[in-house]
Design a protein around this ligand. Structure first.
Ligand code: FEO
Ligand code: CA
Ligand code: CA
Ligand code: CA
Length: 652
């Protein structure tokens, strides 16, 4: 066994020798990429780029070598690839893995998944996703709090995997899964040698999970639609679910977003289901068991079937209490998280801030489901940097908008306001609370544009130009045909869109948009039989090929970082390789591959110190062993620290 393992690693090491020297051993695809890059430097570039979108900035194709200073890394095609390869001159160090101690009295990670649910509640959760570094003001580049989402769990959480006995889960197993969801807050600090360390037992270290009480705030707080048998007040929810990406506020709080919460519920009453928009329009299960992970068989709160003999019909309204934004103050470890409801309910990927000069702001949200919408929330109030405490509840009042992308490159933000645009009682919206609760159905009435699975949004730190990843869409459905913003019928590779709000104002109600790039294979790509790859799979990337953009963020210097999430076992993806982190120059549109992750993983979560010299990214659900923070090799979701060996700015 050990011998096989060593041989396996020796083989991979040999593969590494090839991989880290791209100039000497480039794959065919990479050479095609390089050829394409050269072509794009010529006149063809203008013609090619003029073809897409509204053409706001086709002139940006003019070469500008400023932003991307590193040498790209090649794709990795090995079926057993289990490394992280980062650009030459950089280091990638496992930093914080599932099971690592968070609280002072946490047991060390045991390695055989024999931890109890109480142990798990003190350790890092599973499936690291969105993440943010909050600096301490006195040493912002050396000391801070790292806040990390734990989106869902893998079967490796238990020694025996996910087990049903006579159709039921064990209560202890379900509790352990709930404890492994949520958020970790950890203090991190550079030691005397300048190496980042996790501060063991810090008073800031905290776990928030599906077992943590949170306060409901905003228009739905205490509303009839939020009352359940276990919370007749409708004011307190236990826990958060499926925290995918995130956001931050200018007043220094973290926004954990609730994405695929519908997978945790079931409503077995067909008549009730058929008329309950807040279940039906979000795809809650109606038979069998809930997708994640049959919790209702051990925890009645997740059985959303109406039980008329119970107060508030049991837990039929429990799903209404998920799909929101959870605001967490990482600097106050005793604070109760607040679940904000003014922001609307859907399968929210992210909550990305764009702050205007006058303190007014927008938060952008993707609803990551096939054919769903992009939203923004504009708080009524302004942020006043001189009085950050006054901003504490700014997310409780404002206007929610949904986006319409017109084929001519213009766009409209449509206000989801009760009484306007058909959002009336006759159409099923008795109040603003119900508009927010059923935001998708409200967006349907307003004619919002169905998108190809909107994931992360990023706003340029200076220009406020906004970018969104539309990860892919292999089933558009008959009611959701192609449109200019979502132009490919069977869209396996996805695209990145960008727009400028009118006047550069985050609160504007009109915008100009264009396609930044279509992901996919390079022009002229051939399959393994030498046949031309179908046009639908060919991208317009100026640089390195990738599929399914998901994570997206600007660094402090305005480089656009792109993280991918596709099924790298899928035959259609064989020519794309493993999932990866790339960097784009928003002006030239050049894209260069910075890092490749182990087979089976998704790259997600990305954050920087203010000086741009330290970066953390997450390796989520690596399929094969990837060394975790304790140096031992096993598949564990892991936060990885990236630094430049000469101490320079990442990407420069
Ligand atoms: Fe959790 Fe849409 O990614
Ligand atoms: Ca995602
Ligand atoms: Ca994804
Ligand atoms: Ca994922």
């Amino acid at each position: 066994m050990t011998q096989d393992f060593d041989a396996f690693h020796a083989a991979l090491a040999a593969h590494d020798d090839v991989a880290i020297n791209p100039s000497g051993n480039r794959s065919l695809d990479r050479m095609v990429d390089a050829g394409r890059r050269n072509v794009l430097k010529g006149g063809l570039a203008m013609a090619a780029l003029g073809f897409f979108g509204g053409g706001i900035s086709a002139c940006r194709a003019v070469a500008d070598d400023g932003l991307l200073g590193f040498k790209g890394v090649p794709q990795q095609f090995d079926a057993k690839f289990d490394k992280v390869i980062v650009a030459d001159g950089y280091s990638a160090t496992p930093f914080f893995s599932w099971g690592d101690a968070v609280l002072a009295d946490a047991p060390a990670f045991k390695g055989d998944a024999s931890e109890t649910w109480e142990d798990q509640l003190k350790q890092a959760g599973d499936n690291h996703d969105g993440m943010h570094f909050f600096p301490f003001p006195d040493a912002p580049n050396d000391h801070g709090l790292l806040v990390i989402n734990h989106e869902y769990i893998n079967p490796t959480l238990h020694s025996a995997g996910i087990v049903f006995v006579e159709g039921k889960r064990k209560a202890e197993d379900v509790k352990k899964e709930q404890a492994a969801h949520g958020v970790s807050v950890i203090e991190v600090k550079k030691d005397g040698d300048g190496h980042w360390q996790r501060v063991a037992g810090s008073r800031y270290n905290r776990r928030i999970s599906t077992l943590t009480p949170m306060q409901l705030t905003g228009p739905l707080a205490g509303h009839a639609a939020m009352k359940t048998a276990s919370d007749p007040s409708g004011l307190e929810v236990i826990g958060t679910l499926n925290n995918c990406s995130m956001g931050v506020t200018p007043w220094g709080t973290y926004l954990a977003c609730e994405e695929n919460w519908h997978n945790y519920f079931i409503n077995r009453d067909p008549a009730d289901y058929a008329q309950r928009v807040s279940h039906k329009r979000y795809g809650i299960a109606k038979e069998g068991v809930s997708k994640n992970y049959g919790w209702e068989t051990a925890d009645a709160r997740f059985d959303a079937t109406p039980y008329r003999d119970q107060p508030h019909d049991g837990h039929v309204q429990e799903p209404n209490r998920f799909g929101w934004v959870v605001e967490i103050d990482p600097f106050d470890p005793t604070s109760k998280p607040k679940k904000r409801t003014a922001v609307g309910r859907f399968c929210r990927e992210c909550s990305t801030l764009s702050l205007g000069k006058d303190g007014r702001m927008a938060y952008y949200y993707g609803d990551d489901t096939k054919g769903e919408y992009i939203y923004k929330f504009v708080p009524s109030g302004r942020f006043d940097a001189a009085n950050p405490k006054a901003a504490r509840d700014l997310l409780d009042e404002g206007t929610l908008y949904v986006a319409r992308f017109d084929d001519d490159g213009k766009g409209q933000w449509l206000a989801l306001v009760h009484g306007q645009n058909g959002l009336t009682a006759e159409n099923g919206f008795a109040s603003q609370a119900e508009v927010l609760l059923n935001a998708r159905a409200a967006g349907d009435i307003l004619g919002a544009t169905p998108m190809d699975r909107p994931e992360w949004v990023a706003a340029h730190p200076e220009t406020r130009e906004v970018y969104v990843t539309l990860t892919n869409n292999d089933d558009r459905g008959s009611k959701k045909p192609v449109n200019a913003a979502n132009p490919r019928p069977h869209n396996l590779h996805g695209q990145i869109l960008r727009w400028n709000e009118a006047g550069g104002d985050p609160t504007a109600t009109t915008f100009q948009w264009e396609i930044f790039l279509l992901a996919g294979e390079p022009q002229g790509a051939k399959d393994d039989k030498g046949q031309a790859v179908p046009a639908n799979l060919i991208g317009t990337i100026n640089g390195d090929a990738f599929s399914s953009p998901d994570g997206l963020a600007f660094d402090p210097a305005g480089r656009l970082w792109i993280e991918t999430d596709f099924d790298d076992i899928e035959p259609a993806m064989a020519r794309i390789g493993c999932n990866q982190l790339l960097c784009a120059d928003p002006k030239t549109r050049e894209v260069r591959r910075f890092l490749v992750g182990p087979r089976g993983c998704e790259l997600t979560g990305i954050t920087f110190t203010p000086d741009g010299r330290s970066m953390w990214v997450n390796i989520q659900h690596p399929g094969i062993s990837y060394p975790a923070s304790d140096g031992k090799s096993r598949p564990r979701s892991t936060t990885v620290l990236i630094t430049k060996n000469d101490g320079g700015v990442i990407g420069s």
